[in-house]
Design a protein around this ligand. Structure first.
Ligand SMILES: Cc1cc2nc3c(=O)[nH]c(=O)nc-3n(C[C@H](O)[C@H](O)[C@H](O)COP(=O)(O)O)c2cc1C
Length: 162
C-alpha cells in the first residue's frame, strides 16, 4: 500500500471483533517496532504482549478504559531507562510503527496513555525502576472509524522560522 494511503487508513480503533490475531501477523507488527529508531540506538524499552483474558480485563479496569479488554491482544509498553530523556520518544516511535504495521494488516490499534500508572506497571511485572508509557490494544475493527479532523498544514508547519 502507498505510504500516505496507509497513514490515512490508520485510525484509533476502540471496538474489536471477537477474532484472534494470527501469530504470523503479530510477529510482523512486533518486527516493525523492533526496527524503529531510538536515541543513541538505546532501545531502552520493553513491550509486553498480553493475551490472557483475565489480565486484559484487569488492564481495562486499571486503565479505566474497559473497551481495551475486548481486544484479543494488549501491548504494554514500558520505559526501562528513566534517566534517558529519549526513551519515551523512542517508545512512541516504536508504537507508531506498530500502529502503521497493524493498519496495513487490517488490524486496529489505539494508543492508550498510561503514564505514571504504577498499578499497571506492577500488574505487568515491570520493576519499580521502570515506568509505563502506553497500553495498545490490537484487534480487528468492529466498526468503521471516522477520520478525525486535523489542523491545516499552515497551522502546524512554518517555513524557515517559527
Ligand atoms: C500520546 C497519546 C495518548 C493517547 N491516549 C489515549 C487514551 O488514553 N485513550 C483513548 O481512547 N485514546 C487515546 N489516544 C488516541 C487519540 O485520542 C487519537 O489518536 C486522536 O483523537 C486522533 O484520532 P485518530 O487516532 O483516530 O486519528 C492517545 C493518542 C496519543 C498519541
Amino acid at each position: 500500500m502507498d505510504f500516505l494511503e496507509l497513514v490515512k487508513k490508520r485510525r484509533s480503533v476502540r471496538a474489536y471483533q471477537n477474532k484472534s490475531i494470527p501469530d504470523r501477523e503479530l510477529s510482523k507488527i512486533l518486527e516493525a517496532a523492533r526496527l524503529a529508531p531510538s536515541g543513541f540506538n538505546a532501545q531502552a524499552y520493553k513491550i509486553i504482549v498480553i493475551k490472557d483474558e483475565k489480565s486484559r480485563e484487569k488492564l481495562g479496569e486499571l486503565a479505566k478504559q474497559p473497551y481495551i479488554s475486548k481486544a484479543p491482544i494488549i501491548l504494554a509498553a514500558v520505559n526501562t531507562k528513566l534517566d534517558d530523556k529519549y526513551s519515551p520518544l523512542d517508545i512512541a516511535i516504536a508504537l507508531d510503527h506498530i500502529m502503521l504495521a497493524a493498519a496495513e494488516l487490517g488490524i486496529g490499534t489505539v494508543f492508550v496513555g498510561a503514564y505514571h500508572n504504577e498499578e499497571i506497571r506492577d500488574f505487568v511485572g515491570a520493576p519499580n525502576t521502570a515506568e509505563m508509557v502506553a497500553l495498545m490494544p490490537l484487534g480487528y475493527p468492529a466498526d468503521k472509524e471516522i477520520a478525525k479532523k486535523r489542523k491545516e498544514i499552515s497551522e502546524l508547519i512554518s517555513q524557515e522560522k517559527f
